[in-house]
Every structure is written in C-alpha cells, then in structure tokens.
Design a protein around this ligand. Sequence first.
Ligand code: GLN
Length: 540
Amino acid sequence: MRYIFVTGGVMSGLGKGVVSASTGMLLSSAGFNVSMMKIDPYLNVDAGTMNPYRHGEVFVTDDGGETDLDLGTYERFLDKNMGKENNLTTGIVYREVIEKERRGDYLGECVQVIPHVTDNIKEKIRGTAMKSGADFFIVEVGGTVGDIEGLPFLEALRQMKLELGKDAFFVHVAYVPYLETTGESKTKPAQHSVQALREIGIQPDVLIARSPRVIGDEERAKLALFSSLPVERVIRVPDMPSIYQVPLALQSQGYRDIILGQFGLKALGESDLPLKLSLAFTGLQRGPRIGMVGKYVKLRDAYVSIVEALKHAGARLGFEPELVWIDAEEVERGNGLSGFRDLNGVMVLPGFGKRGSEGMIASIAEARKLKLPFLGICFGMQLAVVEFARERLGLRANSTELDPNAPDPVIDLLPEQKNLKNMGGTMRLGGSNIRLVSGTKLFAIYGGRDPRERHRHRYEINPKYWEALQAAGLVFSAFDYEGKRVEAIEDPSLPFFVGTQFHPEFNSRPMRPSPPYLAFLEAAAHHAGALSSESASAFS
Ligand code: GLN
C-alpha cells in the first residue's frame, strides 16, 4: 500500500479537498486503483449533528454515513463511492480509545495521546486502506497545520512515514495571498506553514501553491528554497473558473509523474479524462436562472452537492446555470417572490425545522402559478405535497415536523418510526433501490431503469392521504421496494413539477449528470427560450 498524505497551511477553505481529489483522479486515470480518507480533527463523531450553516453540507454515503462534504468531492472526482470509514474524526478515535480503556484492554497502563491515540489513528488509516485494496490511499487532513486538534493526526502521519519509508508521500497545500496595493504575491505565510510542518517532523514532497493569481517564477523559487524542494516540486494552482479544470492544471505541471517517480512507478495507461473533464467545463454559456430556495443560502457550501449536480447537468447541455439564492425566511417576511418572474426554474432545497418552511411553501405556490419548472428535494418535495394538499384539497395540511398538531398531517413519521423515536436513531440514511412507476415523467427521466439513490430524512408522505392526493391529480412516480414509502411525486398538469424524497445529487458525477437534475435543467432551458419568444409552453 502506498500512501499520499495531504496537509494544509495558512488557512482553510483553499481547495485542499479538490487538490486531494484531483490527485486521486490523476492516479486513477493513470491506471491505478485509488481510495481516499478525510480526517476531520473535530470532536464530533460524525458530521450528522453539525449545523450546515457553519460547516457546510452533510454528505451522505451509500452505506448511510453522514460525512464531511469533501467525501462528495472525492466521489465526484474518482467516480467511486466512499463509505463511513472513509471519514475519520477525533470523536471516533477517542471514543474507541476510551472504550478500550474501560474494557481494561490497556492492562493498567497510563493511556496517553502518544502512543495510544496515535496508534489508534494509524490502525484506522491502515485498516481502511487495506480493506479498500487500492494501490494508492490518499489521506487528507482537515484544518490547517498548527491547529491544536490536528496535532495527534500529524504525529501519527509522521510515525507512519518512519514505518513506511518510500511508500509515503506528503503534499502540502498552502495559500499564497495577492496584495492588490503592491501588486505582489506574498509567500511568507506559506513559508511559515511549511516551517510549522517541519517542526512537527514532516517534510513535504510537493508544495501546492494556491493563489488568487498565477504566482511569478521568483515567488515560486522562493517557496522552493524555503521548503527545501526543487523548484518543479512547487506546483501552481491559481483560482480557476471550474474545479474540474484543476486535475489538468496539476497534470500539465508534471505533478502526477513526480508522485509516480518517487514511488518508482510508471503510468499503467493514459487516459484523457483530465483533458476531457477540463474541456467539458470550459467556455460554457451563462444558462437559465434557477431560483434556489432554502434556509442556509448564505453559506453556499451548505448545498454543495446540489450545486455541483446542477453544474454537471449544465455542462452536458453547454451552459453554466445562473443560481439565484432565495432566503426562505425573506419570502416568509413577504420579500423575494417578486423576482420569480425572471426565473426559469425553481428548486426548493432540503432542510429541517419550521423556520423558513412557510416561505418555501409560498415559493412552491408561486412556481406553480407561473408554471416554472420545479424540482423539490426531500424537504422540498414534502412541502410541495403540503402545498398541493392545501391548494387542491383545501386541507389544513402540514408536516408534523413543523406542526405536531396539524389537522391534516400529510407528511408524518411512519408508524414504525414513531416507535423507534423513543430509542433514537430515527433517520433513514443511505442508498436504497427505487421502484419507478411506468408511464410517469420520472420513469422516462431515468430511461425506465430503477435507480439506486440516497436518503436522509425522518418524515414522509402519510399513507392515510395517499388516496386523496392521487385522486386530486398528484402522481406518485416512485416507491421504495416494499411499496411502503412514496419516493417521488409529480404534477402532470404542469410542464415540469417533480419532487424526490431521495437526494439524486449525491450520485451526480461531472461526466454523468443525475437524470432528474438534467431533465429539470433542460426544462428550465426550454423555459428560458420560451420567455423570449413569449410562447408559454415549449416543453414536451
Ligand atoms: N426534515 C425532513 C425530514 O426529516 C427533510 C429532511 C431533508 O430534507 N433532508 O424528513
């Protein structure tokens, strides 16, 4: 097993996940089997309990893990599913160490960060790597060098280098800011972060200089000198129009061959995927305007898989969708609906809790009124059902998540979940097979093949209202394999009105867009064309 460890310096949010995932893609397109792990030094056991407003989206793996959003980046770049064990946190490590201590496994020893915690970290990394059967295992350490929480992990990696020798490779990703006032790229913070890493005992093999602009040769030479690296091992990654251009940018600077060379390997095959990918996301037209209605719209990372799914679908159609973020709470306060006339489509995004939910329902009503293509995901689908029940059936409908005493609880916990609730762990998580109903729009969208899609929810369409909803014209276009749960709805009286209880975005890949997203964007593109010609319905 060969390991590549990726650390970050200067600040977070500089695209370390994209660099790590791109490294994976370059190696896998050279014919190697690659797997990855994200280390999150926070104390949470998983990302499930974290506020998306602070931390960004919770990415759901097929095996039901609630993980860091970087795992989504890995899946999209590697075109390969990750699992729970590909996300390691301090919470997982400490829980295990403490459990062992309680069981008496340490035989009276004093339990310490070194060696007990670091041993546990190494076991976890090696165990997951071995299980993956990969040729390369890439481990990205979250946070920034110098963070207190990160220290045990970096110490574990330092020890692994001792044990692995030439089978370990360190990539350090550091930010090189650009000063407008003097017109210079400043290398000092990056130099300091390399120093901090070396104080811990880790010498990077490559330095990735992330910067807003391309840094000059002089700055590159300076970074090389202070990092004790030959200059070709300082790789420049300036901001790019699309993250899908990063693999090619790395490749063209010899990055892949530097890695393979150090491991004494040659590429097993050549694939033009990095080039194809880069081209697919270059020169796109500004596409239809999509209203994105949600509660966490101020932090874009909160919906990163959805945004990427829209981009994948857009690239296939030759455009970059223009996303118009609409704060559901603003709509609730009476603002925000006026702009709907300029939209070509509306998405109501996943979410939890009452705040903003009436704004989402009002947005759905407006989309319906204007016959805008609509895609509701999870909470968005549930609220579309609530809106439909209010409008078409005149019910005092709601979800019991939002109003436990709703006179018409069209969205509710299933009876078996109600029993489970007392024991905790009620969320339905992960992938399952979906049975499409033939003759529906969704059936056509998926080409008639039952998909496997992922879930993260507690509530669903209440079976007591199935009949009434269907009688009023709502079509159930998919069920779970037991036929117990409605997985998707559509309103055939509108040009494009689709909701899914599942999250198709988690399976969208840059070169293989998710079918519902593709169909939605196509409808929105038609709408954009229809707007100029004033012809109301250009849809099939
Ligand atoms: N809050 C809703 C539920 O628990 C929807 C969840 C979601 O949108 N992911 O069912």
